[in-house]
Design a protein around this ligand. Structure first.
Ligand code: HPA
Length: 277
């Protein structure tokens, strides 16, 4: 028995996917979730088309600075990618189903390949601002789950994707090394936020085996996994989460995302090639 998407959620987001299927987005081959400041990685010539989220029936809109709330059609070396510029976070006080709606709408549109990007703080001392970290596995500290999104209760084996992700990591790292990008690999822990972590939390997450911490991605990835979509997830390290007194600001995160945009673009292009061709 496979887990089924809840009927009400399917009805709601079929309105979104049907609307999109009758537009240029119906030609997309892959979908991408662009985290904080990450959509600015695309060059003006990459962008084929754009609509604001509020034009899409039943689709949420976002309130966070740096998350524009636009759906972009991007040309990635001839592959058409539907890019969600702006994601939905639990800290906005919304439903779990809304935070994973980008995955659900992509799935209902018939897409089976998805790239997730986010901004994260490094817990691993070897990881520095500007590094890209392919997500090997996740830790869920949001105390939320997908029981409202999927209907049938099923004690499904939670197969670790670490091995599969290691294969993806090796291939992507081989490509990116040739252009001077040294890809990292590690465990991403998610919290609700919107506050950044205390020093004690940072110490705890480190001891529990997390390499980076952020406020998204874990439930999105789990949804895509249950729907058996092929996913690649990557964190842009925007700051180090240190146990010494420090102040992390949203502006710092956004500034780093701007600085690293060309590396992020290279990563997205390489990951798309790996998934599609
Ligand atoms: N903590 C949580 N979320 C984040 C961080 C962080 O240090 N940096 C970017 N997003």
């Amino acid at each position: 028995m496979t887990l089924k998407l809840n009927n009400k959620i399917v009805t709601k987001y079929t309105k979104s996917s049907e609307y999109l299927s009758n537009t240029v987005f119906g030609d997309a081959e892959i979908s991408i979730t662009a985290g904080s400041g990450i959509a600015q990685s695309f060059l003006p010539d990459d962008i084929l088309f754009s609509i604001p989220y509020h034009e899409i029936p039943n689709f949420p809109t976002t309130s966070v600075e740096g998350h524009a709330g636009d759906l972009l059609l991007i040309n990635i070396n001839g592959v058409k990618a539907m890019v969600f510029s702006g994601r939905f976070h639990l800290y906005e006080g919304i439903e779990v189903s809304e935070t994973v709606s980008q995955i659900i709408v992509s799935y209902l549109l018939g897409l089976r390949n998805h790239i997730i990007t986010n901004a994260a703080g490094a817990l691993n001392e070897a990881y520095l601002p500007g590094d890209l970290m392919l997500i090997s596995d996740t830790l869920n500290f949001t105390s939320r789950d997908l029981s409202s999104v999927f209907d049938s209760i099923n004690f499904r084996q939670n197969i670790s994707k670490q091995e599969k992700n290691l294969g993806i990591y090796k291939k992507l790292n081989a490509i990116l090394t040739t252009i001077g990008i040294n890809l990292k690999f590690g465990v991403y822990a998610a919290v609700i936020g919107p506050n950044y972590e205390t020093r004690s939390e940072i110490r705890m997450f480190r001891r529990l085996g997390a390499d980076a911490v952020g406020m998204s991605t874990v439930l999105e990835l789990a949804t895509a996994d249950i729907l058996e979509m092929n996913t690649i997830a990557c964190s842009l390290i925007t700051n180090t989460a240190k146990e010494i007194p420090q102040l992390v600001t949203h502006q710092e995160v956004m500034d780093l995302a701007l600085k690293s945009r060309l590396d992020v673009r290279e990563f997205i292009f390489a990951a798309t090639k790996l998934l599609i061709r």
